[in-house]
Write a protein that binds this ligand. Structure first.
Ligand SMILES: NC(=O)c1ccc[n+]([C@@H]2O[C@H](COP(=O)([O-])OP(=O)(O)OC[C@H]3O[C@@H](n4cnc5c(N)ncnc54)[C@H](OP(=O)(O)O)[C@@H]3O)[C@@H](O)[C@H]2O)c1
Length: 272
Protein backbone atom coordinates (compact mmCIF):
# COMPACT_ATOMS: atom_id res chain seq x y z
CA UNK A 1 0.00 0.00 0.00
CA UNK A 2 1.40 3.40 -1.01
CA UNK A 3 2.20 5.53 2.02
CA UNK A 4 1.66 9.25 2.40
CA UNK A 5 5.02 11.03 2.63
CA UNK A 6 3.82 14.66 2.72
CA UNK A 7 0.59 16.26 3.93
CA UNK A 8 -2.98 15.57 3.00
CA UNK A 9 -5.35 18.54 2.93
CA UNK A 10 -9.04 17.65 3.02
CA UNK A 11 -11.31 20.36 1.63
CA UNK A 12 -14.86 19.74 2.90
CA UNK A 13 -15.27 17.54 5.96
CA UNK A 14 -18.93 16.57 5.51
CA UNK A 15 -20.39 13.08 5.09
CA UNK A 16 -17.96 11.78 2.46
CA UNK A 17 -14.89 13.74 3.66
CA UNK A 18 -15.66 12.77 7.27
CA UNK A 19 -16.02 9.05 6.38
CA UNK A 20 -12.65 9.12 4.61
CA UNK A 21 -10.96 10.98 7.47
CA UNK A 22 -12.35 8.44 9.92
CA UNK A 23 -10.90 5.62 7.79
CA UNK A 24 -7.46 7.22 7.48
CA UNK A 25 -7.20 7.75 11.23
CA UNK A 26 -8.31 4.16 11.89
CA UNK A 27 -5.77 2.91 9.33
CA UNK A 28 -3.05 4.73 11.24
CA UNK A 29 -2.32 7.78 9.05
CA UNK A 30 -0.34 10.20 11.25
CA UNK A 31 -2.68 13.06 12.32
CA UNK A 32 0.14 15.59 11.83
CA UNK A 33 0.04 14.73 8.12
CA UNK A 34 -3.65 15.72 7.90
CA UNK A 35 -5.24 19.18 7.71
CA UNK A 36 -8.93 19.84 7.11
CA UNK A 37 -10.54 22.94 5.71
CA UNK A 38 -14.27 23.50 6.19
CA UNK A 39 -15.98 26.75 7.18
CA UNK A 40 -18.57 25.02 9.40
CA UNK A 41 -16.77 22.18 11.14
CA UNK A 42 -19.27 19.88 12.87
CA UNK A 43 -19.08 19.17 16.61
CA UNK A 44 -18.15 15.53 15.84
CA UNK A 45 -15.28 16.75 13.68
CA UNK A 46 -14.12 19.12 16.44
CA UNK A 47 -14.17 16.22 18.93
CA UNK A 48 -12.20 14.04 16.49
CA UNK A 49 -9.64 16.82 15.98
CA UNK A 50 -9.28 17.20 19.76
CA UNK A 51 -8.78 13.44 20.12
CA UNK A 52 -6.25 12.98 17.29
CA UNK A 53 -4.71 16.43 16.91
CA UNK A 54 -4.96 17.03 13.14
CA UNK A 55 -5.05 20.65 11.94
CA UNK A 56 -8.45 22.32 11.44
CA UNK A 57 -8.78 25.33 9.14
CA UNK A 58 -5.11 26.30 9.04
CA UNK A 59 -4.10 29.22 6.81
CA UNK A 60 -3.60 27.28 3.57
CA UNK A 61 -0.73 29.58 2.58
CA UNK A 62 1.14 28.32 5.67
CA UNK A 63 0.67 24.60 5.00
CA UNK A 64 3.85 23.15 3.49
CA UNK A 65 4.85 19.87 1.87
CA UNK A 66 1.34 19.17 0.56
CA UNK A 67 1.26 15.85 -1.28
CA UNK A 68 -2.46 15.55 -1.88
CA UNK A 69 -5.47 17.86 -1.84
CA UNK A 70 -8.71 15.95 -1.49
CA UNK A 71 -11.75 17.87 -2.67
CA UNK A 72 -14.95 16.70 -0.97
CA UNK A 73 -17.25 19.71 -1.22
CA UNK A 74 -20.59 19.73 -3.05
CA UNK A 75 -20.11 20.23 -6.80
CA UNK A 76 -21.93 23.58 -6.66
CA UNK A 77 -19.39 24.83 -4.09
CA UNK A 78 -16.37 23.86 -6.19
CA UNK A 79 -15.98 27.15 -8.13
CA UNK A 80 -15.95 29.03 -4.83
CA UNK A 81 -13.35 26.72 -3.26
CA UNK A 82 -10.79 26.50 -6.07
CA UNK A 83 -9.26 30.02 -5.88
CA UNK A 84 -8.25 29.51 -2.21
CA UNK A 85 -6.30 26.41 -3.26
CA UNK A 86 -3.90 28.39 -5.44
CA UNK A 87 -1.92 28.84 -2.20
CA UNK A 88 -1.07 25.11 -2.22
CA UNK A 89 0.01 24.94 -5.85
CA UNK A 90 3.71 25.51 -5.12
CA UNK A 91 4.00 21.96 -3.78
CA UNK A 92 2.61 20.48 -7.05
CA UNK A 93 0.18 18.28 -5.13
CA UNK A 94 -2.11 15.62 -6.50
CA UNK A 95 -5.69 16.93 -6.63
CA UNK A 96 -8.19 14.18 -5.88
CA UNK A 97 -11.85 15.12 -6.28
CA UNK A 98 -14.86 13.04 -5.22
CA UNK A 99 -17.34 15.68 -6.43
CA UNK A 100 -19.97 14.24 -8.75
CA UNK A 101 -19.86 15.66 -12.26
CA UNK A 102 -16.77 17.88 -11.76
CA UNK A 103 -14.58 17.06 -14.76
CA UNK A 104 -10.82 16.70 -15.12
CA UNK A 105 -10.76 19.54 -17.70
CA UNK A 106 -12.43 21.86 -15.16
CA UNK A 107 -9.66 21.14 -12.64
CA UNK A 108 -6.96 21.48 -15.32
CA UNK A 109 -8.39 24.92 -16.12
CA UNK A 110 -8.08 25.86 -12.43
CA UNK A 111 -4.73 24.24 -11.54
CA UNK A 112 -2.91 24.20 -14.88
CA UNK A 113 -2.65 21.72 -17.74
CA UNK A 114 0.34 20.06 -16.05
CA UNK A 115 -1.45 19.44 -12.71
CA UNK A 116 -1.94 15.87 -11.53
CA UNK A 117 -5.67 15.28 -11.11
CA UNK A 118 -7.78 12.28 -10.21
CA UNK A 119 -11.54 12.36 -10.54
CA UNK A 120 -13.24 9.83 -8.29
CA UNK A 121 -16.82 8.65 -7.77
CA UNK A 122 -17.52 6.99 -4.41
CA UNK A 123 -20.91 5.84 -3.07
CA UNK A 124 -22.78 6.08 0.23
CA UNK A 125 -21.83 2.69 1.77
CA UNK A 126 -18.50 4.52 2.27
CA UNK A 127 -20.08 5.63 5.54
CA UNK A 128 -19.65 2.05 6.83
CA UNK A 129 -16.38 1.35 5.00
CA UNK A 130 -18.19 -0.69 2.34
CA UNK A 131 -18.28 1.75 -0.56
CA UNK A 132 -16.81 1.36 -4.00
CA UNK A 133 -14.97 4.20 -5.69
CA UNK A 134 -14.02 4.45 -9.36
CA UNK A 135 -10.99 6.63 -10.02
CA UNK A 136 -9.96 8.25 -13.28
CA UNK A 137 -6.48 9.86 -13.33
CA UNK A 138 -5.33 12.39 -15.94
CA UNK A 139 -2.15 11.78 -17.94
CA UNK A 140 -0.04 13.84 -15.49
CA UNK A 141 -0.50 11.38 -12.61
CA UNK A 142 2.40 9.08 -11.79
CA UNK A 143 1.81 5.45 -10.88
CA UNK A 144 2.77 6.32 -7.31
CA UNK A 145 0.09 9.03 -7.17
CA UNK A 146 -2.56 6.63 -8.49
CA UNK A 147 -1.47 4.05 -5.89
CA UNK A 148 -1.60 6.66 -3.15
CA UNK A 149 -5.11 7.77 -4.17
CA UNK A 150 -6.27 4.13 -4.27
CA UNK A 151 -4.80 3.48 -0.90
CA UNK A 152 -6.45 6.57 0.66
CA UNK A 153 -9.80 5.71 -0.89
CA UNK A 154 -9.54 2.09 0.25
CA UNK A 155 -10.29 3.51 3.72
CA UNK A 156 -13.95 3.65 2.58
CA UNK A 157 -14.12 0.42 0.56
CA UNK A 158 -13.06 -1.02 -2.78
CA UNK A 159 -11.39 0.98 -5.56
CA UNK A 160 -11.47 0.42 -9.33
CA UNK A 161 -9.58 2.37 -11.98
CA UNK A 162 -11.25 3.69 -15.14
CA UNK A 163 -9.09 5.01 -17.97
CA UNK A 164 -11.79 6.70 -20.05
CA UNK A 165 -13.36 9.63 -18.18
CA UNK A 166 -16.53 9.36 -20.29
CA UNK A 167 -17.30 6.12 -18.42
CA UNK A 168 -17.55 7.99 -15.11
CA UNK A 169 -21.17 8.78 -16.05
CA UNK A 170 -21.93 5.06 -16.35
CA UNK A 171 -20.12 4.46 -13.03
CA UNK A 172 -22.41 7.08 -11.51
CA UNK A 173 -25.40 5.24 -13.00
CA UNK A 174 -24.37 1.85 -11.57
CA UNK A 175 -22.56 2.34 -8.25
CA UNK A 176 -22.87 6.09 -7.48
CA UNK A 177 -26.66 6.13 -7.58
CA UNK A 178 -26.97 2.34 -7.12
CA UNK A 179 -27.49 2.21 -3.34
CA UNK A 180 -30.80 4.08 -3.84
CA UNK A 181 -32.05 1.37 -6.24
CA UNK A 182 -31.31 -1.24 -3.59
CA UNK A 183 -33.09 0.80 -0.91
CA UNK A 184 -36.08 1.02 -3.25
CA UNK A 185 -35.91 -2.76 -3.76
CA UNK A 186 -36.28 -3.10 0.03
CA UNK A 187 -39.32 -0.80 -0.02
CA UNK A 188 -40.88 -2.78 -2.88
CA UNK A 189 -40.23 -6.16 -1.24
CA UNK A 190 -41.71 -4.96 2.06
CA UNK A 191 -44.82 -3.56 0.31
CA UNK A 192 -45.21 -6.83 -1.62
CA UNK A 193 -44.92 -8.78 1.63
CA UNK A 194 -47.63 -6.61 3.18
CA UNK A 195 -49.81 -7.31 0.14
CA UNK A 196 -49.46 -11.01 1.00
CA UNK A 197 -50.77 -10.37 4.54
CA UNK A 198 -47.60 -9.74 6.57
CA UNK A 199 -47.68 -6.99 9.23
CA UNK A 200 -45.83 -3.88 7.92
CA UNK A 201 -43.02 -3.97 10.49
CA UNK A 202 -42.33 -7.67 9.98
CA UNK A 203 -42.42 -7.28 6.18
CA UNK A 204 -39.89 -4.43 6.41
CA UNK A 205 -37.64 -6.36 8.78
CA UNK A 206 -37.71 -9.38 6.46
CA UNK A 207 -36.93 -7.24 3.40
CA UNK A 208 -34.09 -5.28 5.04
CA UNK A 209 -32.42 -8.35 6.51
CA UNK A 210 -32.79 -10.26 3.23
CA UNK A 211 -31.11 -7.54 1.16
CA UNK A 212 -28.41 -6.97 3.78
CA UNK A 213 -27.79 -10.72 4.13
CA UNK A 214 -27.74 -11.35 0.36
CA UNK A 215 -25.36 -8.39 0.00
CA UNK A 216 -23.04 -9.85 2.63
CA UNK A 217 -23.22 -13.28 0.98
CA UNK A 218 -22.28 -11.92 -2.44
CA UNK A 219 -19.54 -9.86 -0.75
CA UNK A 220 -18.00 -12.87 0.98
CA UNK A 221 -18.58 -15.53 -1.68
CA UNK A 222 -16.19 -16.14 -4.58
CA UNK A 223 -19.17 -17.36 -6.66
CA UNK A 224 -20.75 -15.33 -9.45
CA UNK A 225 -24.06 -13.63 -8.59
CA UNK A 226 -25.77 -15.79 -11.23
CA UNK A 227 -24.43 -18.97 -9.53
CA UNK A 228 -25.65 -17.78 -6.12
CA UNK A 229 -29.06 -17.16 -7.70
CA UNK A 230 -29.13 -20.60 -9.35
CA UNK A 231 -28.05 -22.25 -6.08
CA UNK A 232 -31.20 -21.01 -4.29
CA UNK A 233 -33.57 -21.75 -7.18
CA UNK A 234 -34.91 -25.32 -7.07
CA UNK A 235 -36.74 -26.42 -10.19
CA UNK A 236 -40.46 -25.65 -9.92
CA UNK A 237 -39.90 -24.20 -6.43
CA UNK A 238 -40.98 -20.91 -4.86
CA UNK A 239 -37.94 -18.88 -5.94
CA UNK A 240 -38.32 -20.15 -9.50
CA UNK A 241 -41.95 -19.01 -9.47
CA UNK A 242 -40.93 -15.46 -8.52
CA UNK A 243 -37.98 -15.32 -10.92
CA UNK A 244 -40.24 -16.43 -13.78
CA UNK A 245 -42.22 -13.25 -13.20
CA UNK A 246 -39.23 -10.96 -12.61
CA UNK A 247 -37.33 -12.26 -15.63
CA UNK A 248 -40.31 -12.71 -17.98
CA UNK A 249 -40.26 -10.39 -20.99
CA UNK A 250 -36.90 -9.05 -19.79
CA UNK A 251 -38.87 -7.30 -16.99
CA UNK A 252 -36.25 -6.68 -14.31
CA UNK A 253 -33.25 -6.39 -16.69
CA UNK A 254 -35.17 -3.87 -18.80
CA UNK A 255 -36.27 -1.67 -15.89
CA UNK A 256 -32.72 -1.57 -14.49
CA UNK A 257 -31.20 -0.95 -17.92
CA UNK A 258 -33.56 1.98 -18.42
CA UNK A 259 -33.01 3.35 -14.90
CA UNK A 260 -29.22 3.17 -15.19
CA UNK A 261 -29.35 4.71 -18.67
CA UNK A 262 -31.40 7.61 -17.25
CA UNK A 263 -28.89 8.14 -14.41
CA UNK A 264 -25.96 7.98 -16.86
CA UNK A 265 -27.65 10.54 -19.13
CA UNK A 266 -28.35 12.85 -16.18
CA UNK A 267 -24.73 12.56 -15.05
CA UNK A 268 -23.58 13.54 -18.59
CA UNK A 269 -25.93 16.55 -18.51
CA UNK A 270 -24.71 17.67 -15.07
CA UNK A 271 -21.05 17.37 -16.14
CA UNK A 272 -22.06 19.73 -18.91
N1 LIG B 1 -22.32 11.32 0.06
C1 LIG B 1 -22.16 10.47 -0.95
O1 LIG B 1 -22.57 9.35 -0.92
C2 LIG B 1 -21.39 10.86 -2.18
C3 LIG B 1 -21.28 9.92 -3.22
C4 LIG B 1 -20.54 10.28 -4.34
C5 LIG B 1 -19.93 11.51 -4.40
N2 LIG B 1 -20.07 12.39 -3.37
C6 LIG B 1 -19.46 13.69 -3.49
O2 LIG B 1 -18.81 14.04 -2.32
C7 LIG B 1 -18.87 15.45 -2.19
C8 LIG B 1 -19.28 15.77 -0.76
O3 LIG B 1 -20.58 15.23 -0.55
P1 LIG B 1 -21.14 15.04 0.93
O4 LIG B 1 -22.33 14.17 0.83
O5 LIG B 1 -20.02 14.66 1.83
O6 LIG B 1 -21.60 16.54 1.21
P2 LIG B 1 -21.61 17.32 2.59
O7 LIG B 1 -21.91 16.40 3.71
O8 LIG B 1 -22.48 18.54 2.40
O9 LIG B 1 -20.09 17.78 2.74
C9 LIG B 1 -19.53 18.86 2.08
C10 LIG B 1 -18.76 19.65 3.13
O10 LIG B 1 -18.03 20.72 2.49
C11 LIG B 1 -18.20 21.87 3.29
N3 LIG B 1 -17.92 23.11 2.57
C12 LIG B 1 -18.79 23.97 1.97
N4 LIG B 1 -18.12 25.02 1.45
C13 LIG B 1 -16.81 24.83 1.71
C14 LIG B 1 -15.63 25.57 1.44
N5 LIG B 1 -15.68 26.74 0.79
N6 LIG B 1 -14.44 25.07 1.84
C15 LIG B 1 -14.38 23.91 2.49
N7 LIG B 1 -15.47 23.15 2.79
C16 LIG B 1 -16.68 23.60 2.41
C17 LIG B 1 -19.62 21.75 3.75
O11 LIG B 1 -19.87 22.64 4.81
P3 LIG B 1 -21.40 23.17 5.02
O12 LIG B 1 -22.19 21.99 5.43
O13 LIG B 1 -21.26 24.20 6.07
O14 LIG B 1 -21.84 23.73 3.69
C18 LIG B 1 -19.67 20.29 4.16
O15 LIG B 1 -19.15 20.06 5.45
C19 LIG B 1 -19.86 15.98 -3.20
O16 LIG B 1 -19.17 16.65 -4.23
C20 LIG B 1 -20.52 14.75 -3.73
O17 LIG B 1 -20.78 14.86 -5.13
C21 LIG B 1 -20.78 12.09 -2.25
Amino acid sequence: MAALAGKLVLIGAGKMGGAMLDGWLKQGTAPEQIAISDPMVSDEMKALAAEYGFAVNPDLAEVTNVEIVLLAVKPQMMAQVLPALQALQGDKPLYLSVAAGCTISGFEAAFGADAAIIRAMPNTPAAVGRGITAICPNANCSETQVDLASSLLSAIGQVVKIDDEKLMDAVTGVSGSGPAYVFHLIECMAAAGEAQGLPADIAMQLARATVAGAGELVHQSPLAASTLRENVTSPAGTTAAALEVLMADDAMPRILREGIAAATKRSEELAG
